[in-house]
Every structure is written in C-alpha cells, then in structure tokens.
Unconditional design. Structure first.
Length: 403
C-alpha cells in the first residue's frame, strides 16, 4: 500500500507570485522559489508550499509528487498540493493499471525513456489521443485539469520520482517559456528532494534538521558562511578521521586537494551568500587508493529554520562515502531470482568491478564458466548488460540498509 502524505500549503511564511516571465520582478520571484525549494530540503512540511509556488510560476493549478518503487512498493510516497486525496485514491484504484500517461506511474517501463528532466503531456502521447481517452474525460477533466507538465526528481532502474503539475481546463497548454522555467528549477528540485531523503529517509512531516543530524547514517555537517563547522553528526566525525579527502583546518571545512577545496568553497559561498539567491550544488571528491569518490551535496539552511541555529547564513553539507556499507546482496539474489551460490558469486565479482577474466581468476574457475554463469544471471534477473546488473544490485543493497 502506498504511503500517502497530504498537506495544503499554509502558514509557511513564504509567498509566490504568478507573473509574466521576464524582468527583475520575475527573476526575484524565481530566486524566492529556489530558496523555498531548499528550505523544503530541511523542513519537509514546506514541500506542498514549494510545489504550489512552482505551479504558480508555470501557470499550473494542482501539483503532485509521486515516488514509486518497484522493488519496495511500501516505500512509495505521494505529496499533494491543492489536490484532493480522494481523487488520488480513485486513480490508484482504477486508472493506474489502465493508463500510463504519467511517466511516474510505471518506473520499470519508463526508466530508459524518461531521460529528459522536464516533459509535457504531448511528449508521452499525441494530444488528440489524450483528449479522447477515458482518463482525461472521466478523471482529469472533472478535476478541472487539462494539460500536464512533469519534472523529474529521481530516476533509477527501479524507482521514479516525479513532480506532476496540472493546468486548468480554462488555460492554454503549457508553453515553451513555462517549460524553460521548470528546466531551470529542476536541478534545485532534484537536489532538495535527494537531500531530504538522505536526511530523514522519508518525506516525514515534523522531521527537523536536528533530528536528521542525529538519526542519519550519512555524514552531515552544518557549515557557516566562513566555512566554520557549527555542527556535525557522528558519521561525519568518523569520515573526517578516515582521511577520505575532507578535513577541518582552523575550524573550517576544506579538502586536502587544492582544486577540490576551491570547488567546495564555491559551493559553500553560493549556499550562504548575502546577496542574490542562495542555491545548492554537488561535487565528487576522489582520493588516490580509493575506487569510488565521496559524493558531496551542499544546500542552504533557510534563515530562521530551524530555530536552533543562530548563525544567520549556514549550509548543510551531506557526504556519502560510496565505498562504505555497500556490499553485494548475494542472499537476496538467490532468494529473489533463484540464483545458485556460484552464480551469485559471479554477480558479486561483477558488482565489485571485476571483468569476467578477473572474476575467473579470483573464483579459480574457467573463463568460459564465468561467461556461462553470468549469462544465467542475466536470464534470471532480467537484465541485459553488466551496468544494469550493478544498478539492480546496488538498489537491493540500499534497500537492505546500505549507505
């Protein structure tokens, strides 16, 4: 059963304006929207307000975030803004199995095709066919919705998160200028969405940054505009002691590599600047002797949210060590797909980055044996190449509690 969370934007302290694109007022409104999006990253209760603000900017009416996971359906989530939750229940009860117009409704089918960051209805289905469909006439039109715009937030082999915005039947279809607004905002939406999932593991109302710092398995630091570290959790302390490239010098967060230190300082500056929009960003931090880099995400902490922070301008730094805690899910492969222990060992070797020849040497079997066993792994799991196998195994490892 999908876990449904419903809230209307109210009392957030933020406002949005539906104005004609172009000019300084429009730019300021878009800057305010970006800051609201990052505010939602550390205060999940603001997501409906951020969704409504974006809908206003592109001339939409209702907005829905849908995250569907084919491996773990119980982890699927929905956030509504200006939408009736009863209509969503009706959709899942009747229309989901019959109609696949929305790319978020079938992540397995759309994982390869839904690559554009922003799409509209006619990218998925000819307009005339859509207008003639049961879905439009019996479901969308009664809600007062005509055309739709989709903003990708997350896309993996098994999960798809999409922000869908519906436009009133009294309005024209989405125009290029509005699609361009959505494309400019999409990277910020995706970063904020990823970050809030890193923080709380779910878009739980009532979660706050202090709780997330204590409970998250990811390394989290709150950093001032000067780079001074104000707070960090235990995983961050352990990561700093592990000499993985991040360090603290003079009380300030930096890296041991000069060029990487400049990139990090730039990200922190953009997230804590006094003038102009405060935005987030991401970078990787590689170190000699390590196969995978650190994934570093930076997001502004909104001023006054949460109240435990007295520093007027701070940034949240979330660091994921891609080498830690991700182990091949051999038992799950055997249980879910009927792999033999030998086939699971071959899959693990591929997961660990070995070629078939290297796997044969490590497992002390013939190269042709590995080739045959890997072909059986592909057949049983339904993948067609090594990259798909690794992605699927990574997803299983994450669902089991890996980093």
């Amino acid at each position: 059963m999908m876990h449904l969370r419903y809230a209307q934007p109210a009392g957030s302290g933020y406002c949005s304006m539906n104005i004609v694109p172009g000019g300084r007022v429009a730019q300021d409104a878009e800057h305010d929207l970006v800051e609201l999006i990052y505010a939602a990253a550390v205060d999940p209760q603001l997501w409906p307000s951020a969704m409504a603000a974006l809908a206003d900017r592109v001339g939409g009416s209702i907005a829905i975030i849908t995250r569907l996971d084919t491996v773990d359906p119980l982890s699927s989530e929905v956030i509504l803004s200006r939408s009736d939750p009863g209509e969503l229940d009706r959709y899942f009860a009747h229309y989901q199995s019959k109609y696949t117009f929305d790319p978020a409704t079938r992540p397995d089918a759309h994982a390869r095709g839904f690559r554009d960051s922003v799409m509209i209805d006619t990218d998925c289905l000819p307009w005339e066919d859509y207008q003639a469909s049961e879905f439009f006439n019996d479901y969308m039109r009664p809600q007062g919705v005509n055309s739709s715009l989709f903003v990708r937030l997350e896309l993996t082999e098994t999960a798809n998160s999409t922000l869908s915005i519906g436009r009133s039947v009294h309005g024209e279809r989405f125009q290029q200028r509005e699609i361009d607004v959505a494309r400019r905002v999409q990277p910020h939406l995706a970063r904020a969405y990823t970050l809030v999932r890193r923080l709380s593991g779910a878009l739980a109302h009532g979660a706050n940054l202090a709780h997330a710092l204590d409970s998250s398995a990811h390394a989290l630091l709150v950093v001032a505009e000067t780079g001074a570290v104000r707070m960090m959790n235990r995983p961050a302390e352990m990561l700093l002691r592990a000499n993985r490239g991040l360090t603290i010098m003079g009380g300030r967060l930096t890296t041991v590599q000069a060029e990487a230190a400049k990139r990090l300082q730039k990200l922190l500056g953009e997230a804590t600047c006094a003038d102009g929009p405060r935005v987030g960003g991401a970078m990787s931090l590689a170190m000699p002797g390590h196969r995978f880099p650190l994934a570093v995400r930076v997001a502004p902490v909104p001023v006054g949210r949460p109240p435990i922070f007295t520093e007027p301008r701070t940034a949240l730094v979330c660091v994921t060590d891609l080498e830690t805690g991700v182990r091949s899910p051999e038992q799950e492969l055997c249980a879910l797909f009927g792999l033999t222990p030998a086939e699971a060992r071959v899959a693990t070797a591929i997961f660990d980055g070995m070629s078939m020849r290297e796997a044969a040497e490590t497992l002390q079997v013939a190269h042709n044996t590995v080739r045959v066993q890997l072909a059986r792994v592909y057949e049983k799991t339904g993948v067609t190449r090594q990259a798909e196998l690794v992605k699927m195994m990574m997803r299983l490892a994450e669902g089991r509690g890996g980093s």
